[in-house]
Design a binder for this molecule. Sequence first.
Ligand code: C2E
Ligand code: MG
Ligand code: MG
Length: 336
Amino acid sequence: YAAKDGGRGRHYFYAADLHSDAEERRQLEQDLRDALTQGGLELHYQPVIHTVTERITGFEALLRWNHPTRGMLSPNKFIPIAEDSGLIAPIGEWALRTACSDLAHWPESVRVAVNVSPLQFANPALPAIITNALAAAQINPGRLELEITESVFLTDDEGSDAMFTALKRVGVRLSLDDFGTGYSALGYLKKAPFDKIKIDQSFVRGATIAGSKNGAIIASIVSLAEALGMETTAEGVETLDELDLVRMLGCSHVQGFIYEKPLTFADASRRLETGLTAIAMGPRAARAVRHTMLRKVVLENGGQHYHGTIRNVSATGAMIEGLWNVPPGTIFTILL
Ligand code: C2E
Ligand code: MG
Ligand code: MG
């Protein structure tokens, strides 16, 4: 039926989640409750590097859930569940407290940035929660940065104005995450006291490909930020070409796999013991050259035959259209 719903001439692989999405969510919510009380959540830390000096200026704290049967789960999978179920409040507070107490072990020049959900931002108790976390860890407020997305501006103007004032009074830094991906107007930049704009990785990805307009967008975000006295972090930089580009365009900071993936607290601490200098390491360009084609093929898996179309091939892979819902890791034989 899923294949029929999708239109004519399609194949669907059977997958349990086709009929049990809601059930899965309920189960995950219960598991998340347990994780919070039984230590199943972790923070991983990704270095943020100053573009010119190539020194680590801080880390972004990224939530990880080590699920007993599913393994490491991405925050994209469980943050929405936490937000729907109200669990985001205790999870967010746990993240703030943990990040502060971990930060207490690191050099004074290093900061930590913690992602704050719009629901936490709407909670008048947030400044007090932060003050408590800072005091418990004996951290200077200027070492904590809160990452907030544009979506906080979609609701209640007065509430968010008051929250910005209160947070600035606490003395923490504020950064605007995933800039350019939301639906907000630019007007809020006039009054919101951000220290930094984070340029979303969707602008970095593909920016080095000929004809891309992403470079122009990055350049204009950088000049906007500079005019407003804010720093910029280019997110998701994966290749040396992307690094060269964001450097040339004047981004003040870089975060991405080209320097380091998110590290456990232990690995981040060991990393800092070797010094603050970071070294970019990775591929020069994003991917192998692709050859476009339009070729009908038959794909064989487990004795079944499926029809597909090869759209392009490169030295490392092929893009094949015509199959839906293929489980990751499925191996096909292509009959040419
Ligand atoms: P974000 O705040 O924009 O975080 C950056 C994401 O980009 C992270 O994904 C990071 O692992 C990933 N990333 C970093 N460098 C690269 C790269 O070079 N290439 C690619 N492809 N990806 C890169 P992650 O850890 O899966 O987190 C996803 C999102 O979940 C975060 O996006 C943030 O919005 C949210 N999140 C994470 N931790 C928390 C938290 O403690 N609280 C809340 N409310 N949200 C969180
Ligand atoms: Mg972030
Ligand atoms: Mg981001």
